[in-house]
Design a protein around this ligand. Sequence first.
Ligand SMILES: [Fe+2]
Length: 463
Amino acid sequence: MLCINGSGSDKVFKDKCGLIHTAANQQAVDAFETVIDALYRIGTNTGDCLKAVFEADPEMPMAHCLKGYFFMFMASGPLRLRARKAHQEALKFAGGATARERAHIKALGLWSHDDKAAAIRLWDDIVSEYPFDTVALRLGHFGHFYDGDSVAMRKCMETTFPHWQRSHPGYSFLLGMRAFAFEECGDYAAAEKLGREGLDLDPVDPWAIHAVSHVMEMQERRQEGIDWITGHQAHWQGANNFRYHVLWHRALMYWGLGDFDAVLAIYDDQLWDPESDEYADLCNNATVLLRLEYVGVDVGDRWQNLHAKVKARTDEHILMFADVHFAMMCAATGDAAGVRNLIESSPEIGGALRNDVAAPLCQAMLDYRTDACGQAQSTLLALRGRIIEIGGSHAQRDVFELLMIEASIKAGDLATARHMLENRSQTHPRDGVNWNKLADVLSSLGDEAANQARLQASGLLVA
Ligand SMILES: [Fe+2]
């Protein structure tokens, strides 16, 4: 248990929720709260807000810690080194820090040295004892998300929520985070209600807008989803690179409607950022290309342009989710050595999961692009119940189901492909792309049911 009286310093100040911070002055704490607000709004001004904290107090332990967390959020090898440096700085000023702050600094040290699981446990502990610690809350949400543990993500939110009242600053952001946790747990009605309630209180919450978009994606309310995202554009367009992820959702909805020209236009004009090397952007890009190929669209040299951004990053291993997507990009361009390096340079921490799930998935990405589609199919099928462990959302991981189907088709196992497509038509009854694919497979099998499947597709696809 952490102890709120663990501070040996008299330099403590309260924030608006009553949380105690070690700082030189109240101004630093007020500025720190502004950073948290920017963090929750996923704003491009977050870095500038953090600078204001350092101007008020260059030695505030949590400011250094937050700086390190931000570097880790961006998930790249060079930034991990900067996070470790920020951790060292935080340690330097930790003498008078509270137990809560020291727990954060410890968590940063663990996370930046690859032990994310231990860091998540600490964030959960902090949240249990300090329900108004919105930094730990956001990080726990993030950590559980990339563990594929939506139950823990929801539990973390539910532990905290009873302590909060509408009058607490940031209350609406909690609703947005709860909305996403409920969505990933499959409680779509509650998720949508929470997301909308949060946005009614404060519309500038890209995470809440995103949570409701997920509900619409999962419920195949594609046109409504496009309208929802477009209607809220003013409130997510100013977000940092996360805006690309919202655009990714819009692209996914157009894809589901069969408007592949629109998907390609979104990719080229909005999603593709030549300057970005953020892993989340690269993952968004890769799965759009894969989905376009799934429906027979020639994506030209777009894989090559994407691969150029990851070819030197195959030993970073910040997130398994990113690793598998990096393997997707390497494999698509014939970079077998890149895939091998992703597998063989893995760190020991998280070894079992890496060896049992992430590594074979990386290999499957390569097998899929070579003459080993049968092997890719059998690996993907064997791991079907475990892919969730690499993290990400249901919508993001859906691409692996498409890969299972396509690998089966390419391997000539049309019976399995048919089985998966028919199953999918039950879980995604309004997925015209799936009905079309099923019609193709049935047609190849000489089954007259192909006509009925094609008819279903034509009634759902708008283009
Ligand atoms: Fe999403």
